[in-house]
Design a protein around this ligand. Structure first.
Ligand code: FNR
Length: 359
């Protein structure tokens, strides 16, 4: 019997994944001053035992003001590096799994409450709030305090922050880096004409709007040793007329590929409260399929992929090269074990679970 596609290895530059199941980045809002907590040990610990091919760490802020909330994970100082290092050392000891870190700047969506406290913007003069920064002084929602528009020195600082965070990640032995350019956060704010109304070389034409995200990509790619894969997560559409859309995403993906991106992770939405998302099983897969067909980049599909056969079919049909799962992994952290059983494959488990098969 041939191995199901979902359980065939996948090569990303010098990194080989044992299978094509990727745990998607999931913010936990459980850090203090950016530092990982025991929650991260528990959360990442269980996901490290999942049998997935790659575990992506949640959106990790490149500076304190890059955080979505005051409780976001960060990797911008020695204390952050030490505490995340403590968590990763335990993973490495007991449940080694290739790791990716999603590095992020929230831009105008920073300074927010945690989702379980409503998620609203926190005013800059309130405790736990700060003035946000973005390509243009346009708030995300109309009732929010507008961000400060970035100048050239700010952009250099932010690019350097991405680089410094990537270097810290390398020191921690993380295997790959995903640059967060999706979901309406800073780099997506540069890409989308809805949030970028600059009149300098970083706004206006598609080429100009792509410029800063590509500069960040180049700088991070340069800072990460060759062989270690770097890629981006993108929103393929804003789901708003006149917004960023899939053909612009194809152009962005082409540019990333030319600069050495190992893959592209195709999500959607997040830049505008006006978005009208057509939700349904695998609703973002057609965008992944389009980007993959146009660029031939290794493409990761995500979004309401919940069943093993659904995942296998997406790969068999050539719509994507890997599947990333968020909520399905929270619901069933052994999803890859169950998928392997259903499709006729095997995954790795920690030696302590040698008697885990129920038959
Ligand atoms: C997310 N998502 C997300 N995306 C991202 O790029 N960075 C992040 O840190 C987070 N954080 C996050 C937390 C939680 C609890 C959830 C459920 C989701 C989005 C996520 O990665 C994924 O794209 C969507 O959830 C759609 O995939 P699923 O959940 O349908 O498999």
């Amino acid at each position: 019997m041939t191995t199901p596609r979902l359980f065939q290895p996948l090569r990303l530059d010098g990194l080989e994944l044992e299978n094509r199941i990727i745990v998607a980045p999931m913010c936990q809002y459980s850090a203090r001053d950016g530092e990982a907590s025991d929650w991260h040990m528990m959360h990442l610990g269980q996901l490290a035992m999942s049998g997935a091919g790659l575990l992506t760490l949640e959106a990790t802020a490149v500076s304190p003001e890059a955080r979505i909330t005051y409780a976001d994970l960060g990797l911008y100082n020695d204390a952050c590096e030490r505490e995340l290092g403590r968590v990763l050392a335990a993973l490495r000891n007991y449940a080694p799994i290739p790791l990716c870190i999603q590095i992020a700047h929230a831009g105008r969506k920073a300074s927010s409450e945690t989702p379980w406290n409503g998620g609203a913007q926190i005013a800059p003069d309130s405790p736990y709030g700060w003035l946000t920064e973005a390509p243009s002084a346009l708030p995300h929602a109309q009732d929010e305090v507008a961000p400060r528009a970035l100048d050239a020195a700010d952009m250099k600082r932010i690019r350097d922050d991405f680089v410094a965070t990537a270097k810290r990640a390398m020191r921690l032995g993380i295997d790959s880096v995903e640059i967060h350019a999706a979901h309406g956060y800073l780099l997506h704010q540069f890409l989308s004409p809805l949030s970028n109304q600059r009149s300098d070389a970083y706004g206006g034409s598609l080429e100009n709007r792509m410029r800063f995200p590509l500069e960040v990509f180049d700088a991070v790619r340069d800072a990460v040793p060759s062989g270690k894969p770097v890629w981006a997560r993108v929103s393929a559409t804003d789901w708003v007329e006149e917004g960023w859309e899939v053909e612009q995403t194809v152009a962005f993906a082409e540019a990333l590929k030319a600069r050495g991106a190992a893959a592209i992770h195709v999500s959607t939405g997040g830049v505008s409260p006006r978005q009208k998302i057509a939700l349904g099983p695998g609703y973002q897969v057609p965008f992944a399929e389009r980007v993959r067909a146009a660029t031939d980049l290794v493409t990761i599909a995500v979004g309401l992929i919940t069943a093993p056969r659904q995942a296998e079919e997406i790969l068999q049909d050539g719509k994507a090269d890997a599947i990333s799962l968020a909520r399905a992994m929270l619901y069933d952290p052994r999803w890859p074990w169950h998928a392997a059983a259903e499709l006729g494959a095997r995954v790795r488990a920690p030696k302590q679970y040698w008697r885990s098969q129920p038959r």
